[in-house]
Design a binder for this molecule. Structure first.
Ligand code: COA
Length: 146
């Protein structure tokens, strides 16, 4: 696992567009996330150095709050604990920045991600209607950072 850099943009976008056909971020959005001084992006690489997963946090110092912006693992690298490891590290980083609460949005039909978040201690907060493409609702979840 390592910090993402602006040079990782193309590799992240290749995964992003493959895995989120209806909701992929634009390259400009991803670039701005990677450059955001309040952000913290991590990547996991395979044995050949290719990026197989990424995850990002947005947690401005002094606000006491943060957001998990994304977590994405290539299909061939799933169920190996990579997402759990990336998110645990981001939660540690949020704590280091003084965040007491972390939020995220997840598709209501994404049971895998919801199971992951619940395992990490996130709890359901509310539903945001038609938050995703094709009118899919989002579940907002919250973690009390201890
Ligand atoms: C959701 C996702 C990030 C999980 O990544 P992962 O690296 O496979 O997850 P992990 O191996 O760290 O799993 C940790 C735990 O999460 C839960 N979990 C993960 N995938 C699951 C699945 N398909 N079904 C049920 N539970 C699952 C399990 O509790 C798992 O622990 P276990 O393997 O010991 O049972 C991955 O499936 C993915 O990238 N999906 C597409 C993108 C996406 O939906 N991102 C989230 C957007 S909000």
């Amino acid at each position: 696992m390592r910090r993402a850099t602006p040079e990782d943009l193309d590799a992240l976008m290749a995964l992003e567009t493959a895995i989120y056909p209806d909701d992929a971020w634009s390259s400009a959005t991803m670039a701005s996330e990677l450059a955001n001084p309040y952000g913290h992006y991590l990547v996991e690489t395979g044995e050949d150095g290719a990026i197989v997963a990424y995850a990002g946090l947005l947690a401005p110092l002094g606000t006491g709050q943060g957001d998990i912006q994304t977590v994405t693992v290539a299909p061939e690298a799933r169920r190996q604990g990579i997402a759990r490891c990336l998110l645990s590290t981001l939660i540690d980083e949020a704590r280091r920045r003084g965040a007491e609460e972390l939020f995220l949005e997840v598709r209501v039909d994404n049971e895998a991600a919801q199971a992951l978040y619940r395992e990490l201690g996130f709890e359901e907060l509310s539903v945001r209607k038609s938050y995703y493409g094709q009118g899919v609702d989002a579940l907002t979840m919250k973690l009390k950072v201890v």
